[in-house]
Write a protein that binds this ligand. Structure first.
Ligand SMILES: [Zn+2]
Ligand SMILES: [Zn+2]
Length: 404
């Protein structure tokens, strides 16, 4: 697929892009441990003559000042996942890492954040080469720890928005298993809010043969899990998407002991704050009422994780969308429905109080049936036209906001 005539990478830029991508891919690092990655980004920014500083530990921020005009922030995330790579590509990762709980693991850029970094660094080079065509300030944000939802908050807490000129918009992108060379964007809610709860259910421990003398937290917990599934089907307006998933349930050690406790997690995805509040309240109501109906002690519900919904500002997104269509061609840029996955990109715009726009670029062979997606050990983005498209989308979106 040919890129639009106005946009071409020089041979050297393209070579650099591919090299950088393969190198980053071969050296993935876990969330909040992106030390080598950060150094590599710093080296590249220095080579481009871009001033930069560390922010939020392993985060890196570059600033390009090019005269009067708008300030536009561009973001790429930098972390990898505890996944053993099975792609078979010759630049595959053999890296090992250690999780916060001390477990050692293989590490892979299974979410494709390596494409985000390579594309953003290359886009910065292209924008510098074309600095006569625009004026303003570019803020390049290389954000760690997206996968754990910590990175954006860590950068904001470390004073990101006090250390750079205040942007008027933040742009970000994610690689996805769609057709390579294409871009899709939601014009409104783009990705769901996520909330994680840990529930401890208390019963009364007795011999497995004497249930009449105890309170069984397994039966009680099971009925909670079943009943929680009625929130989406019976309480939430069917026109509003929501997900309630119980993916962890732990209880007991032996078949003839009814245990004292059971523990499970609840993962909730919603697109609006009102539905989020409705689901959170319903989960709590059901869990407490089920315990009461069993004559069990009040369960403990711990809210241990939250990512806000990622909302594309409709008007700003429409402008970027039109610019992308203008550059890539209408057949390569489409509107998509919101995804129920989550991203901490939204935190950056929310905390800066400015609109943000996020889109996806495809990575798979056209017509591929059920291609491996993000987080799969087989996720292997086609190098081209995936990477050039990621660069072009970033450059186009930035120029749309910066053009003289
Ligand atoms: Zn991911
Ligand atoms: Zn990701």
């Amino acid at each position: 697929m040919a890129l639009s005539p106005e946009f071409t990478l020089t041979e050297q830029e393209q070579q650099h892009l591919h090299q950088l991508y393969k190198e980053l891919h071969a050296h993935p690092e876990l969330s909040m441990q992106e030390h080598r990655t950060a150094e590599r980004i710093e080296q590249r920014l220095s080579a481009l003559g871009i001033e930069h500083f560390r922010c939020g530990g392993t985060g890196v921020v570059g600033v390009v000042r090019n005269g009067e005009g708008p300030v536009v922030a561009l973001r790429a995330d930098t972390d990898a996942l505890p996944v053993a790579e099975h792609t078979g590509v010759d630049y595959a990762s053999t890296a090992q890492g250690t999780l916060p709980d001390g477990t050692s693991t293989e590490v892979m850029h299974a979410c494709g954040h390596d494409t985000h970094m390579a594309c953003l660094l290359t886009a910065a080079g292209v924008l510098l080469r074309q600095r006569e065509d625009w004026s303003g300030t570019l803020v390049l944000i290389f954000q760690p720890a997206e996968e754990t939802g910590q990175g954006a908050r860590a950068m904001v807490a470390d004073g990101l928005w006090e250390k750079v000129p205040h942007p008027e918009v933040i742009l970000g992108q994610h690689v996805s298993p769609g057709d390579a060379g294409t871009v899709t964007m939601a014009l409104g809610p783009a990705m769901a809010a996520a909330d994680n709860l840990r529930v401890t259910v208390y019963g009364k421990q007795v011999h497995g043969s004497q249930p009449q003398n105890g309170i069984d937290p397994v039966v009680l917990g099971a009925s909670m899990v079943t009943r929680l599934q009625s929130i989406v089907s019976r309480e939430v307006d069917p026109r509003d998407p929501a997900v309630v998933t119980v993916a962890v349930f732990r209880a007991g050690l032996k078949e003839n002991i009814i245990p004292e406790t059971a523990e499970f997690t609840v993962n909730i995805r919603t697109l609006t704050e009102s539905v989020r509040q409705q689901v959170l309240a319903a989960v709590e109501r059901i869990i407490r009422a089920e315990a009461q109906s069993a004559g069990a002690p009040d369960p403990v519900i711990e809210h241990y994780g939250h990512m806000p919904a990622l909302i594309n500002d409709a008007e700003t997104a429409q402008g970027v969308f039109d610019a992308l269509r203008g550059s890539l061609g209408a057949d390569r840029v489409a509107v998509e429905r919101p995804r129920m996955g989550s991203e901490d990109f939204g935190v950056l715009g929310e905390q800066a109080g400015v609109p943000s726009v996020f889109w996806f670029f495809g990575a798979s062979e056209h017509g591929a049936e059920d291609p491996p997606g993000n987080h799969s050990p087989y996720f292997a983005p086609l190098i081209e036209p995936t990477l050039s498209t990621g660069v072009e989308a970033m450059v186009t979106a930035a120029l749309h906001r910066l053009s003289r």
